[in-house]
Structure formats: C-alpha cells, structure tokens
Design a protein around this ligand. Structure first.
Ligand SMILES: Cc1cc2nc3c(=O)[nH]c(=O)nc-3n(C[C@H](O)[C@H](O)[C@H](O)COP(=O)(O)O)c2cc1C
Length: 300
C-alpha cells in the first residue's frame, strides 16, 4: 500500500494523520505507541506554565454520537513535561501544544517546546472548558493576533494556532494569517453539556465540557470549508474523523493534513492505520494519485 503524504512548512506527514492533542499525547511511551500504530505526526497534550490537576470527575461521558469531556487541561507543567520530550526520538513530526492566558505565557511555553526539540508549536486558543484559557482567548480576535504575532517573532519553528468552532471563522482565520501563522488547526471540541434525567443534575463535574467524535464532523467541515475560502495558509482539519471517507471529506473541504483524537476510542489504538488504509482504497478508486490533487475539491 503506498503511503499517502502531505507537507506543511517543510514537515512531512506520512500519512497525513496526526494525533490530536489530549488523546494519548501525555507521555513519551504513549506517543511512541501511536507512531507504531500508524500516526504520521503527534501533537502533545496541551501544556501550561504550571502543573494543573484538571476538573473533578466525572470528566468524560460517552454520548450517542460522540464523547463529552471536561478534563480541564490536566498536565504536569512545562518544566516537568520536558522530561517526556527529552530523548523522544520519533521519525514523525512532533508538535508541542501549549496553553496560557497571556501572550507572554504563550511565548515562554513555545520557546521551551522549541528547546525540547518540538518540530512545531500548536497554540491552544480553543479548549471550551478551562476558564481563562483556550476558547476564552480564541474569542478575542485582537488578543489572538497579539499572541500569534509574538510567538511567531520568538521561535524559529512553525506556529499552528488551533481555533474553536466559532461562527466567525473568517474573521479569526484572517487575523491568524495576517499575524504570520504557518497553518491553522480547525477545530477543537464544541462546548456542550449532559444532564442526568434521573437525578436532574448536570453529569460532568465541571457542568460544561467539549464534545468530540462523529457528531461534530459537520461542524468541523463547515469551519474548514469557510477558512479555505478566506486564507492561503494550510489548514489542518480536525473533528469527528473516524474513517477514510471522513478524512477525504475534510481534504475536499480544504484541509492539507488531519488530526484525529476520538477515533482511537471508536476504532482502537491502530485507528490511524485503519483510516489510512481506507483513504488509500478510496483515493485509488476515485482515480486520484495524491492527496494534493484532492485538497479543496469541494470548492471547484
Ligand atoms: C479526552 C480529550 C482531551 C482533549 N484534550 C485536549 C487538549 O489538551 N488540548 C487541545 O487542544 N485539544 C484537546 N482535545 C480536543 C482534541 O484535540 C480535538 O480537537 C477534538 O477532540 C476533536 O477531534 P476528534 O473528534 O477527532 O476527537 C481533547 C479531546 C478529548 C476527547
């Protein structure tokens, strides 16, 4: 089977399936396991300046068409995480995900990730369930511009801001491109909640969480499609990609590469291998010879 591949800022993704942040990207061992199981790139868990415990349980609920999580960005803090990155010798690009509340936080964290050998940095401007971080930052276009500009000026590695599934993708994506980012990751989870009918209480310890998996695919597709129409930098599509057909729909909407997270829950640890095989079958059936030919096909 030929390996489908794409390239963003000189980073080669073979195949163009990248582990999404927060799912199996916490330790060197789990990241290695994901590469052994077919991932063409890895995004680490989002890491902040200090250690953070995250939200109280229950923090993950299975829904009819997806997962609802309110992990609350648990992580060991950037200095401790350096130990996981130390000696992490993977033959695929490793993208360090960081979150903060100010431009200075993002600069410091990105510089540290670069120092640890990350091939690119992903800026979490989009987690919907950690107050003061993530989507609270991503909803302020001026702040997003400042953060992206400052990080781009401070590191030599590519910078990939990750956005929430906002209604104004065009305004946000245009600002991100203007600020010098190398690619846009779209999207993070959708803010949502679940209620236990019997007890009449919210199920998640944090009440609100982020919805992921098959149910959010149409939302992610819509965001990628809109962004492709307004910027020239590459898009990394994410949200509900569970099989080869989903992956190619995201490519047709305008993605150059893809991130997958919840599919590991639905398809197993070798989700990337399975999705890649399905993509290959479909690509050859349609008579295409590469992914590049298919990018943005839904716009033509
Ligand atoms: C348990 C869990 C933890 C997550 N943690 C993070 C995180 O730390 N940082 C981040 O940017 N996104 C995080 N996400 C969001 C995913 O990276 C991804 O954007 C989202 O789940 C949509 O993709 P999917 O439908 O393929 O899972 C998390 C998702 C899940 C399910």
């Amino acid at each position: 089977m030929p390996t489908l591949h794409t390239e963003i800022s000189g980073l080669k993704f073979r195949p163009p399936l990248i582990l999404a942040s927060g799912v199996m990207g916490q330790t060197a061992g789990s990241m290695r396991k994901m590469v052994e199981n077919g991932m063409g790139g890895i995004v680490t868990k989002s890491i902040g300046l200090e250690a953070r415990k995250g939200h109280p349980n229950p923090s993950v609920v299975e829904m009819d068409t997806g997962l609802l999580n309110a992990m609350g960005l648990p992580n060991p803090g950037i200095d401790e995480f350096g130990k996981e990155m130390d000696g992490l010798d993977l033959d695929v690009p490793v993208i360090g995900s960081v979150y903060g509340s100010t431009a200075d936080d993002f600069v410091l964290l990105s510089e540290k990730m670069q120092g640890y050998g990350a091939d690119a940095v992903e800026l979490n401007l989009s987690c919907p369930h950690a107050e003061g971080y993530g989507a609270s930052i991503g909803s302020d276009i001026d702040l997003v511009g400042k953060i992206v500009e400052n990080v781009v000026d401070s590191v030599d590695i590519p910078v990939f801001p990750k956005i929430p599934p906002t209604s104004d993708t065009v305004g946000l994506a245009s600002q991100i491109e203007e600020s010098g980012a190398d690619a846009i990751v779209a999207v993070n989870t959708v803010k949502a909640m679940a209620i236990n009918y019997e007890t009449a209480h919210p199920i998640l310890g944090n009440v609100y969480g982020g919805y992921s998996g098959p149910g959010i695919k149409p939302i992610g597709l819509r965001c990628v499609y809109e962004i492709y129409g307004c910027v020239d930098i590459p898009i990394i599509g994410c949200g509900g990609i569970t099989n080869g057909r989903d992956a190619l729909e995201y490519i047709m909407a305008g993605s150059t590469s893809l991130e997958i997270g919840s599919s590991i829950y639905y398809r197993g640890l070798d989700a990337a291998d399975k999705i890649h095989a399905e993509m290959n079958d479909l690509v050859s059936k349609e008579g295409f010879s590469s992914i590049d030919e298919m990018i943005g096909a839904a716009h033509r």
